[in-house]
Structures are given as C-alpha cells and as structure tokens.
Unconditional design. Structure first.
Length: 230
C-alpha cells in the first residue's frame, strides 16, 4: 500500500471515529459538519468532497461500526451455520451495552426522525441480514435447516427481531442481562421450527435456558407493531 493510500485510509478512519464519538457525546442531530471537521482534523470542504453530506458521512460511520461488531465474532475454523449465528447474536448483545451512549443516541434518532429512519435501518439490518443469510445457507447445506426454507427472508426476520430487541434495550425496557437472553431466545424461537438434527436440539436448549428473560414481552410486541407501521 502506497503512502498516499495509507494517508487517505488513515484520514477516513479518523473521521469515522470522530463521527462515532460525537454521536455518543451529543446525539445525531446535534452533530454538525464543522464539529466533524474539527474532531477529524480536516476541513469542511474535505468532508463534503469525501462523503457528500452529513447524512452520508454518518451512514458510513454507522455501517462501519456494525461491520466492526460483526468482525468481532469468534467462531472456530471448523464451525459454521448455527454456531456462527449464535456467536453473532452473543457478540451483538455483549458489545451493545459497552457502547451504550452511541447506540442509544442512534436509536433515539431513528425513533424520532422518520425522514431518514428507513435509510439507517437499511444500513444496520442490511449488513446483519447479509451475515445471517450466509450462515443460514450453511445450515441448509449441512442439513441443519429444512431444504425448502429461503435463507434471505429468514435472515431478514432474524435481523428485525434483533433490531426490535436492541430498541427495547435502548429505551430501558430491558436490562443488559435481559438483552443477551432475549436476543438468544428470539433467535432460537424463530429458527426452531425450521431446524433439523442437532441444530434443533441446540435451539430447544437455548429456548429452555432463556425463556425467563422475555418477561418484558409486552414491550417487545409493542415495538414490533411500531416497526411494522401498525
């Protein structure tokens, strides 16, 4: 990698880190391009040249944040399919409280700003759905999933469930401990009827272990209705 490319990548990384920090400190709406330029050690025209607009810049910052979370997933080299899904869910539920201010700021923005909520939902759920789709395809190839199940809509359903649970946590309807159990329970319940063999047994064990975590199911159902526009 040449010097110019390294400098460009370093500048981009610095700007995205500045965006994350400012969102956590002030909330999405309060962040300006001037703030981002000062924190990122670049000029305002440079920001517009690189990203086009504040919304585009922050969309990239959100996307990179969730990509980093996915990159934290630790699965053994011989593991695929369901173990990767479970590892992904555990990573998201573990890391989300560690970045509480940032995540809650994003959730508050997405709840209140309907004009761009759809775009941010697409950024978050889209990347998550892609990762889940690959793991579900592995499950089907390994006969851990019924052959007629289409991985893409199933992955989108799982991503939606994870998003709803994250919203409930961000709005203080779930504790940090309940977040982990509720995410795992929702994932297991969604997949259980379609799983086969050892995967079905593993999912049933997860349901039994974490069903006590969904004591706040009424709040989750309300958020689900809101997300469907009903």
């Amino acid at each position: 990698m040449g010097l110019v490319v390294r400098q460009r990548e370093e500048r981009r990384r610095r700007i995205l880190e500045a965006a994350r920090s400012l969102i956590a400190d002030r909330g999405y709406d309060a962040v300006t391009m001037r703030d981002l330029a000062e924190r990122g050690l670049v000029s305002v025209p440079t920001l517009y040249a690189l990203f086009g607009s504040k919304n585009e810049l922050l969309s990239v910052a959100v996307e990179s944040y969730f990509a980093d979370l996915v990159g934290m997933v630790e699965v053994g080299e011989s593991e695929s399919g369901l173990p990767r899904i479970i590892s992904l869910v555990e990573t998201l539920s573990r890391e989300t409280p560690r970045h509480a201010a940032y995540t809650r700021s994003l959730v508050t923005f997405m709840r209140d700003a309907s004009e761009t909520t759809g775009k941010f939902n697409d950024v978050v759920a889209g990347g998550l759905s892609d990762e889940l789709t690959g793991a579900l395809e592995e499950m089907r190839e390994n006969r851990q999933l019924v052959q007629w199940a289409n991985p893409r809509p199933l992955a989108e359903r799982l991503a939606g469930q994870i998003s709803i649970t994250t919203f409930a946590w961000a709005l203080h309807q779930l504790s940090d401990e309940e977040l982990v159990g509720t995410m795992l329970y929702g994932t297991a319940v969604t997949l259980l009827g379609l799983a086969r063999g050892g995967a079905a047994k593993d999912l049933e064990a997860l349901v039994r272990e974490h069903q006590g975590a969904v004591s706040n199911a009424a709040g989750l159902q309300l958020l689900a209705k809101r997300s469907d526009g009903s």
